[in-house]
Design a protein around this ligand. Structure first.
Ligand SMILES: Nc1nc2c(ncn2[C@@H]2O[C@H](COP(=O)(O)OP(=O)(O)OP(=O)(O)O)[C@@H](O)[C@H]2O)c(=O)[nH]1
Ligand SMILES: [Mg+2]
Ligand SMILES: [Zn+2]
Length: 297
């Protein structure tokens, strides 16, 4: 028997659409895979093996698995906001970064609709996000409407699988429509009165990127809830700037808030970590401590 490999790009009522690079095959699960009738035994994004009769015989190990919607093997997360309409919610942007690092997905920050702002306003946004340089996260200013910066984004994500996340109305579907070569995604008209979108996107299939690779409109997690961060160690790992070269903290179990001789606080004093990021860390820490970690004490 000859087996070929491909990627599940869509799933409809028991049928799995597998893209092998030479075509898309309508396949069904076989044998053990089918009997273990779990919702996540084969999902969109999976790399699979199919037989001559279009049966999926094997699902390869995933590099990540996201929920809501369920999708696997994402390489990049485009964290998208708009320069205006709606205004940037910096805290939400920070939470999406946490999700990205938590799921081992490389983040890219995209600020769309720069046709609506002045050069000074753009500079102000860049200043607010200056910490991204410290953690080596790309920041792109683009305009779907004026076709600015789209090529740069395409160059980074081509040949990868990329999810788009961000609030409603920032132009995610609009940009995806520019980058992909299948039928149009629905875009919503931003309500003039509310200055925000109408949550038009629902679909979970992978779309072919014109440049090669795939994109998906929805990220697989909520942009307002935190990921399932287990403890302080796990939280620290989501702040890449905390692992730069530094003096060790005096206390092994230092949480970097009230302790003396703290290596993290020293980095803040020396401007190696921005005040903004440090305050964001404290805020997340307090929230997790009060709402999750202390629950069963
Ligand atoms: N001025 C301006 N408007 C834009 C730009 N890109 C998108 N828009 C408009 O923003 C509105 C919302 O765009 P969508 O693509 O539907 O936004 P979305 O992020 O997919 O929204 P949801 O699907 O609800 O999450 C539409 O009216 C677009 O025409 C841009 O670069 N400049
Ligand atoms: Mg949309
Ligand atoms: Zn410390």
């Amino acid at each position: 028997m000859v087996f070929i490999q491909g990627r599940v790009i869509n799933k409809v009522q028991g049928f799995y659409y597998v893209d092998t690079g030479k075509g898309v095959y309508e396949s069904k699960l076989r044998g053990l895979l089918k009997r273990s009738d779990r919702k996540d035994n084969c999902v969109v994004g999976d790399i699979v093996e199919i037989s001559e009769e279009n049966s999926i015989t094997k699902v390869f190990e995933r590099k990540n698995l996201l929920l809501r919607p369920v999708v696997s093997n994402i390489d990049y997360l485009v964290i998208q906001f708009a320069a205006r309409n709606p205004v940037i919610d910096y805290e939400r942007l920070g939470i999406l970064l946490l999700h990205s690092f938590f799921n081992k997905i490389k983040p890219i920050i995209v600020i769309n609709k720069i046709d609506l702002i002045s050069e000074e306003e753009k500079q102000e946004i860049a200043n607010n996000l200056s910490y991204l340089k410290d953690i080596k996260v790309p920041l792109l200013f683009i305009s779907q409407e004026k076709n600015i910066g789209i090529q740069e984004l395409e160059n980074i994500i081509k040949d990868n699988v990329t999810a788009f996340g961000g609030p409603s109305g920032v132009g995610k579907s609009s940009i995806i429509n520019l980058l992909q070569n299948e039928k149009e995604l629905k875009t919503g008209v931003t309500s003039e009165r509310l200055k925000r979108g109408k949550h038009t996107t629902r679909d979970t299939k992978l779309l072919h990127l014109s440049a090669g690779g795939f994109i998906i409109d929805t990220p697989g997690f909520s942009s307002v809830e935190f990921p399932e961060i287990e403890d302080i160690k796990a939280l620290e790992e989501l702040f890449p700037e905390f692992s730069q070269k530094r003096k060790p903290c005096k206390f092994n179990d230092c949480i970097h808030i009230n302790e003396p001789e703290c290596g993290i606080k020293e980095l803040v004093e020396n401007h190696k970590i921005t005040e903004y990021r440090y305050n964001f860390y404290k805020k997340i820490y307090e929230t997790l401590k009060n709402e999750r970690w202390n629950k069963y004490d």
